[in-house]
Design a protein around this ligand. Structure first.
Ligand code: 6PG
Length: 241
């Protein structure tokens, strides 16, 4: 499916648009299937979006199930933890039942076992392949997404839905694999800043190498892909309406 690209003037507008799409996806999923299963992104870009989502009054948090697209292999209270960041920016501000928050166990000594356990959790709640209603993703300036880094063995994983990975800075990670991401009903990329311009151009180019730009591997079988990008990352002002 051809990706939808929305160019917005600034990061605040990207955050607001992401919050709007999050609420729309929650409403549609809940109306059709009674629940909304969403995987949150790590990194810094989504934080304002999480604050905007937390401020909305049109999301029924009792119907939401929260997952992560990836996690650093650190304890949940560590400053690097994506779980910790999402708790601070979003989850501690909304009435999400604790049993509906499904974090990856980054603290596990055995990361492979933690990946296996998370895949089992996804299968038990979402089936095989696990069909998430929405996956939020960021884009690294090297073209990675989630913890799917250039030249990583995790890029070639086809039979598992969660894998371990190692960042270029040698940090152990847990990550959804392409089969899990590409089973989603909707994938929403949030990309801001001039530093992402080259990676965004490679990710959206008509052709390219997934090994070099892993975000190119996000090609949901039947789901939609939406890119919310600001003018700085796009490299030009937003098209006039
Ligand atoms: C992570 C994210 C990662 C992130 C990109 C962009 O755990 O860091 O999953 O994929 O989305 O690296 O990060 P920024 O939003 O901080 O630029």
């Amino acid at each position: 499916m051809t990706p939808e690209i929305q160019v917005l003037p600034a990061p605040a507008a990207v955050a607001a648009a992401a919050a709007q799409r999050f609420a729309e996806a929650a409403r549609a999923s809940t109306a059709r299937r009674g629940r909304f299963h969403v995987a949150l992104a790590g990194g810094t870009t989504p934080r304002q979006a999480y604050a905007d989502i937390a401020a909305r009054t049109d999301i029924d948090w009792s119907k939401c199930e929260i997952y992560w697209g990836d996690e650093r292999c650190v304890p949940p209270g560590d400053a690097a933890s994506n779980y910790r960041a999402a708790r601070a920016a979003l989850l501690d501000a909304v009435a999400i039942p604790p049993h509906s928050v499904h974090r990856m166990r980054g603290e596990a000594a055995d990361a492979e076992a933690a990946a296996h356990d998370y895949a089992a959790l996804l299968a038990s709640r979402l089936g095989t392949p696990p069909v998430l209603d929405l996956v939020l993703l960021g884009l690294g300036d090297d073209g990675h997404t989630a913890s799917l880094f250039p030249q990583s063995p995790a890029l070639g994983v086809t039979r598992l839905f969660v894998a371990t990975a190692v960042s270029p800075q040698r940090q152990r990670r847990l990550t959804l694999t392409f089969p899990a991401i590409n089973a989603a009903r909707e994938v929403l990329f949030l990309v801001t800043g001039a530093g992402k311009r080259a990676a965004l151009e490679r990710a959206l180019a008509p052709s390219g190498d997934v090994l070099e730009t892993p975000a190119r591997g996000v090609q949901p079988r039947s789901g939609r892909v939406v890119w919310l990008v600001d003018a700085a990352a796009w490299g030009a002002p937003p098209p006039t309406a």
